[in-house]
Design a protein around this ligand. Structure first.
Ligand SMILES: [Zn+2]
Length: 75
């Protein structure tokens, strides 16, 4: 079996693996960008939803990328 020096670089495209749903992904919690508190969200939220930090009261709008990655923007 020949040694393949590029074998370890194969997984460049797999950053989103396991996320599955991409932009349709739903989240059950988030870490507040302002105060770093973890906020569990029983109702689940996704792209375009607004979520409020229970600790500092800041409101954020969720933006989910095609790869299923969550970003929060202050409203
Ligand atoms: Zn907060």
């Amino acid at each position: 079996m020949p040694y393949d020096p590029h074998g370890l670089d194969d997984d460049d495209d797999r950053g989103a693996k396991g996320d599955g749903d991409g932009q349709q992904r739903r989240f059950s919690d988030f870490d507040c960008p302002d105060c770093a508190a973890n906020n569990p969200y029983d109702d689940k939220f996704g792209d375009g939803d607004e979520v409020r930090c229970y600790y500092c009261g800041q409101l954020f709008r969720a933006q989910v990328s095609d790869g299923g990655k969550l970003r929060l923007k202050e409203v």
